[in-house]
Design a protein around this ligand. Sequence first.
Ligand code: PEP
Ligand code: MG
Length: 883
Amino acid sequence: TKYVYRFGGGISEGGSGDKNLLGGKGANLAEMASIGLPVPPGFTISTEMCTRYYEEGETFPDSLRQEVADGVAHIEKITGKTFGDPSDPLLVSVRSGARVSMPGMMDTVLNLGLNDETVEGLAKKADDERFAWDSYRRFIQMYCDVVLGLDHGRFEEALEIAKEDRGYNLDTEMTAKDWRALVDEYKELVKEMWEKPFPQDVNDQLWTAIGAVFGSWNAERAKVYRRLNDIPGDWGTAVNVQAMVFGNMGETSATGVAFTRDPSTGEKGYYGEFLINAQGEDVVAGIRTPQYLTKAARAKAGAKPLSMEEAMPATYAELAEVFAKLENHYRDMQDIEFTVEREHLWMLQTRTGKRTAKAALKIAIDMAGEGLISQDEAVLRVDPAALDQLLHPTLDPEAHRDVLTKGLPASPGAASGKVVFDADTAEKAAANGEAVILVRIETSPEDIHGMHAAKGILTARGGMTSHAAVVARGMGRPCVSGAGTLSIKAKEGVMRVGSREVKEGDIITIDGATGEVMVGAVPTVQPELAGDFGTLMEWADKGRRLKVRTNAETPTDCQTARDFGAEGIGLCRTEHMFFDAGRITAVRQMILAEDEAERRAALDKLLPEQRGDFTQIFEVMAGLPCTIRLLDPPLHEFLPHEDGEFSEVAKATGVDVETLKRRAGELHEFNPMLGHRGCRLGVTYPEIYEMQARAIFEAACDVADKSGEAPIPEVMIPLVATKKELDLMKAVVVAAAKAVFEERGRTIDYLVGTMIELPRAALMAGKIAETAEFFSFGTNDLTQTALGVSRDDAGRFLSTYVEKGIYPRDPFVSLDVEGVGELIEIAAERGRATRPDIKLGICGEHGGDPASIAFCEKTGLNYVSASPYRVPIARLAAAQAAL
Ligand code: PEP
Ligand code: MG
């Protein structure tokens, strides 16, 4: 096997496609060399060698000796210098470079090849004694740190003392003689700590450095970084050995870093900084303040020191040409390192530059406009998840933050407002035009009106799919959930974190993108939805096959979703309508009813209210399919829980407190998620579903009569496990439709279908499809029931599961494709076998998750449904999955 790949001087034994073999840095050095850019010659030892090095007990095979010797000869030939030559020595750098960048995690040695003899040769050749001895002491310092693992503090201390003794403040004040004396001191330190003299044999230096760089792959910090970033341990690193070039050879030398476009705004224009007479580490270390690259940037910042464009106009022009060439070649924004050695420009690195969501969007659109990439490529360039950052107001990144505590980033966006501890107060304050943040230990459906009224929601308990998180995302409200250090004493009107106290009415700010909770108001910046964003969405829609619907139940949310491009409703959760202040009493009367007649009396009061809800929604969604789900949650959720509330509710509903408490007790369930909910409610009390179905068809007829455009109701039965359940419920719906159409003297097209959210339903999909005209995968419940993991309690242990790699990601956030995905595939296949044109969709939280959407595309579903603010994300992800 070949392990060494050469580059530079017209030779290039690899290219940017070889990242797995040569690492990112090595592959791009080879690529730059192959397109004729000035790259110092060198060679890359492949990642395969790294793997073998570890397999063979951290030793090198003999064959590598010859390959490395040939590599060194290649550098010697092109530079005209010889490694270890006392009169004109070749110096090299030895750097790590994995497939993906692991900033600062692994080791580098610079100026390798210096010893007591070659340093004199370097001084003579460079005609700069100070530079030569400074380089030697830097080398000793780095080598001792990286290769010998000696305490670098001792070396820094020696330098500090040397400066102090001479009354200097800066390293730049050290003279050649001073550096020479320090080198002597360093060598003494080595003898003392290492018990051997500093290695003088340059080949010895090289091999130990190569070993150290391979060794740094398994340094503790590198392992931790890999774990945090999902980088497999068996990738290994490559080692790049390259001729040194020097940015610290006086005033005509420099070193710098640059982006070909602004990485935070995406603005076209070179962006970066450089330092005259410095080595790369000086720019990064921040000892001296770097200077701007362009005249324009310097002028904008009002900075004094000349830009590179002004200080070195000829070299800058050459550099700008290289930038243009690199961007054209890679067809993406590049992040670049360069060095100027005595007016000669050298390129040391290029890679695709990291950028903010805003910059990603602008760069993709601009590059398509410039003809650098196609529209489809532009669509593929933007990370759908990053769009979240663009759709909500975000905190001004420049603003000061007084962070109180941190929870989970449950729903993106940022909001400031007065702290309130209950939903009613939130609603009242909002009605008075006040901005409030609703703070609860956890939320329940009863809090919905308060959540809607609030600017943001903060909870002490609950995970990413807790009630608060799901509802907040649905409403587009920022939410921080599960802020565990928060102690909420609602009755006292305070919350505490440690010794800090925040009172009801105090202003706080939450950042739903980071989970931070701050005291006081932090200024925000508004999102920009037209322009580039609109253009990208248009392009995405051209490439998309999956339809995108929304999960919404209020006219406002429906309108938001339509504005974001929703093509219908995929899930309208009717229970949310039951909590409305105007009708909760009638809902409770229905639940408390002792017999069917009483229940029907209560339902008669609800019918006009429900019809009104649907009329409003259908008006917004006219002409589009609207999936309306009949009542799903266990009934006790609508009854009071706290002692104080019972008498109030008793009075409102006209029953005595004792009866109310007894009924609440009867409805209590040990495991309500698997209890009397979903279609089980319809099976036991068909009149409830009958009322809801009637309301749907009456509203549809009303809207069709009025506007001439009918919605297409898709009536959905939840939590079905058997065909028989659906048969019974479909009969109720069909009878209601028939009755309404006869009364109105018209018909409306509609479908009746079911959610697939139980494993049994997925397996029996062939039979269920005899009755169901559509399936909607309720992947929240399907995940819960397939994994046997409670969605409301998962927060306590799922993160550990993800950390230990049991699930690659939180299965309530990103579909468990392997397990739950197989149930979906089975159901889709069996459903289609029975009814080839069956409509298939997904309405669980996963409908807004890009990875899950890719699975939906692969499985050939007809649509995905996501909360309004995720609709654009879903449109983009669906396009990417199809392209
Ligand atoms: C589901 O279970 O995936 C679903 C959409 O319904 P809900 O979240 O209301 O249970
Ligand atoms: Mg469900």
